[in-house]
Design a protein around this ligand. Sequence first.
Ligand code: UDX
Ligand code: UDX
Length: 441
Amino acid sequence: MDIAIVGSGYVGLVTGVCLAHIGHNVVCCDNNKEKIKVLLAGGMPIYEPGLDALLLKYRKAGRITFTSSIAEAAQKATVIFIAVGTPSKKNGDADLTYIENVAREVAQNMDSYKLLVEKSTVPAMTGDRIARTIRLNLPAKYKPGSKNALEFDVASNPEFLREGSAVEDFMDPDRIVIGVESKRAEQLLREIYKPLKATIVVTNLATAEMIKHASNSFLATKISFINSVSQICERVGADVEKVAEGMGYDKRIGRAFLNAGIGYGGSCFPKDVDAFVRLAEKSGYDFKILKSVREVNEDQKSWFTRHIEDKLWIVKDKVIAVWGLAFKPDTDDMRSAAALTIIEALQDEGARIQVYDPQAMPNAKKLLKGVKFCADPYAAAKGADCLLLITEWAEFKKADFAKTRDLMRQAVVFDGRNFLDAKRLRELGYEYHGIGRGGNA
Ligand code: UDX
Ligand code: UDX
């Protein structure tokens, strides 16, 4: 099928390339002309493992093209995915300005049936507003009630892509959720995803929108739950890693997303939790549990910073090495990365920060001031009074810790993801601090 994707960011680009991969013809659109220029030249505006090879293959095959014009992208396509940003407003609401812009521009250029599909994470009831925007902006000759009134549908097809594994999450999904209000919309989406042979959950529009917010918020809840447990472990001498292992064997709980650390970041959890709390408030419900999830996540980062200050004794003028900046490994994405909050708090105490991240430094340079960007982990460790493991990139596990120790002024490590081998580090003479290890690691 001919498919258009409006918004070619982390989600839109992966969706477009993977739809081409399963046999469709895709036009990816974006209003960031620089991004389109990079894509047209065969470049990659984001880091996502495996995406570059697929992008090259389908560009060459003419199955994916790029434009900054919505009209052009929507012209041939019957199905138009909306994957533009839905950033948080100050009060936590999702900012749906870009969603409305796209709906209006598609409507103004419509001359045949279109199915608009929400790929971006949006609060429940957004689909109705998109439908209303289209009705109000159709060309007069096609307006409802006129002789040539145009039919259209709006559907919700939320993404469950994790950055760093987005291609495999698309190609091998646990489920595909489609929220539809007509048989025609359902048939079109079933046809699009037929090659994936995945479980398809069919609901109405609002329910599909709700599944997305509820899923992300539940995952965030698991993380804040285990982070709260880690705080108690710190105080009673239990090992949170073993607690998570013991819990995880219960199929009703599951081991995944029970990794204690410095909390969740990224472009989804913080934004979706805020939006879900606001949606609840606006519908007259106080989402207490989710407010606590958010609070615990912030507390975990401030606790980590206080913990470092407490162990370092004097922070002023101390040199602190930071390994990892991205909000998680295998991505260059710095949105709501824990590193940003932690580094800023330590700088406020007068620490001097030296950082290294395998992929995220170009993005980090736009966000971090007054830090030394180093070419490799050892340069970051040089002369440092302590080392913070902030993002659990695989390469840090394989680092030469004897060499690192000899480069540092004092061998103290704070492992923000309980990622490093505490026993081996202690044998090498490090003072090792994990999170919630109760001295057991
Ligand atoms: C975005 C939303 O942030 C997320 O909530 C949703 O789940 C999926 O879409 P992401 O792809 O990570 O996630 O955002 P981003 O990488 O910022 O991509 C959004 C793209 O839309 C950007 O490339 C931006 O240039 C583009 N855009 C934005 C448009 O093309 N038109 C607009 O009007 C606004
Ligand atoms: C998430 C959801 O997993 C995905 O389904 C949705 O479509 C988009 O949001 P993403 O944000 O890319 O994906 O990364 P994810 O792997 O979920 O991690 C999110 C954050 O939680 C990261 O900051 C990570 O460090 C943190 N995390 C994750 C933990 O702190 N502990 C865990 O056990 C798991």
